[in-house]
Design a protein. Structure first.
Length: 299
């Protein structure tokens, strides 16, 4: 006896509802508003001063030599090197400090760990501008650095130094909180089994737990590199020589005279400064999105 398979009619794709159409329109307008400044920057980098004065969107001709002149006007290679050194140094310091702190808050039986976690969450609400002056005074008063005595007096401390550019902004509450959230999601049974095998706590952290939270590490790296690369206010406060200034401060050389801003060179330099961040996000996009999607309010 054979059985016939009855197949119903193929369901036609549902028509777009008005609410979904409105959502697409709103998202499209939002995307256009977000990308417009970037397009204006790139197009302006190829214009002449006359075209900028007339405010024309499209350049009459692509003036590639604007990028060459921008590189000649300011020591961009030095600024790039400084920004790269600061970004790599801050990121390495952040990974070392924030991951260990996040692991301790998530997995170690620390008395008052809940209070410490709440403290870190409260720190997320504090704007950086509020702690800017106290942080500057602390950096200036570092003992035995920059001519200071044991009491932190008589010199400049970490001002105008790599220490001052990297260390103060390396340990951020946000990254400690992110690391803690990922370590909480790792089963405790893995750590317990490693302890039974005789592995020490640092070995558990380094060899067992940390390889399982790679999306968290990439997320922290992307955030910290972007913040360090685009840093302006803190380097402006503590650097006094051109040799220590990062890229964002170097771009200000084209706008020293508000009446004669060199817009083509400024936009060309800004486009070059933006390119590394775009490349980084393209290569880290998958893990970055995965990391952000896995962040939640865990116990």
């Amino acid at each position: 006896m054979t059985s016939a398979t009855v197949t119903g009619p193929i369901a036609a794709p549902s028509a777009l509802r008005p609410g979904r159409i409105l959502l697409y329109v709103v998202l499209s307008v939002g995307a256009l508003l977000m990308i417009t400044p970037f397009l204006w920057m790139v197009l302006t980098a190829f214009k002449s001063d006359l075209e900028i004065a007339k405010f024309s969107w499209l350049p009459g001709e692509l003036r590639w030599h604007n990028f060459v002149e921008a590189m000649r006007t300011a020591p961009f290679l030095r600024y790039f090197r400084n920004s790269l050194f600061i970004a790599v140094g801050e990121t390495a310091f952040t990974l070392a400090v924030c991951t260990t702190a996040g692991y301790a808050l998530a997995k170690l039986p620390i008395r008052g760990s809940k209070a410490l976690l709440n403290y870190f969450i409260l720190l997320l609400l504090v704007p950086f501008q509020i702690i800017l002056v106290p942080l500057f005074l602390i950096v200036k008063s570092i003992p035995l650095f920059g001519g200071n005595n044991i009491l932190g007096q008589g010199g400049i401390g970490w001002l105008n130094s790599w220490w001052g550019l990297i260390i103060p902004l390396g340990a951020a509450p946000l990254f400690t909180f992110l690391a803690r959230q990922f370590y909480v999601s790792v089963p405790n049974e893995l750590a317990q089994a490693a302890r039974v095998d005789g592995l020490g706590e640092f070995g558990i952290f380094w060899r067992i737990m940390t390889p399982l939270v790679k999306p968290a590490l990439i997320t922290i790296c992307v955030f910290q590199i972007e913040a360090a690369w685009n840093g302006f206010l803190w380097p402006l406060m503590i650097t006094t020589t051109d040799a220590m200034r990062p890229l964002q401060l170097g771009l200000a050389i084209f706008a020293q005279n508000p009446a004669e801003v060199q817009w083509p060179y400024l936009m060309a330099g800004t486009a070059l400064a933006t390119l590394p961040m775009i490349v980084m996000f393209v290569f880290a996009q998958k893990r970055f999105v995965e990391g952000m999607a896995n962040v939640g309010i865990k116990g």
